[in-house]
Write a protein that binds this ligand. Structure first.
Ligand SMILES: [Zn+2]
Length: 136
């Protein structure tokens, strides 16, 4: 009786494990780790976020800085350093906006994309559906 019960528990545990692997998102974007130091705002895991989006951190940061209207630089540890005090929600919104405009394919919604520049126009090239969409 007890053995049957343990076996059942193990079977449930196994199936839970399998389920977890199957439902894991293919592209997991980390939440920004934002903290303030003096008059600066630090996004500690900025490089990790850019890597998850398959974009160059420096280029993502230029976009974020423009949105925030604040100068920003990359730190040695892959963190972004933004001049001025910005709250978590503001930072999160700029990253979401970047993902919406510079990462997500407007045709199929895939985030498996890359950017290419032609005659001053940047295009999103989608690896999933093959479309090529200019960024506004
Ligand atoms: Zn697509």
């Amino acid at each position: 009786m007890t053995e049957d019960y343990l076996e059942l528990l193990n079977r449930i545990k196994d199936s839970l494990k399998k389920e977890k692997v199957n439902t894991a998102p293919r592209l997991a974007i980390p939440e920004p780790e934002v903290f303030l130091t003096g008059h600066r705002t630090i996004i500690r895991n900025f490089r990790a976020i850019a890597n998850a989006l398959n974009r160059e951190p420096g280029k993502v940061l230029i976009n974020i800085a423009k949105q925030l209207g604040a100068p920003a630089t990359m730190g040695k540890e892959g963190e972004a350093i933004i001049l001025g005090k910005k709250d978590f929600q503001a930072i999160r919104n700029t990253i979401q906006y970047y993902i919406k405009t510079n990462v997500t394919c407007p045709v199929c919604g895939s985030m498996d994309t890359k950017l290419t520049k032609e005659r001053r126009i940047t295009f999103i090239i989608c690896e999933a559906c093959g479309s090529r969409s200019p960024i506004k």
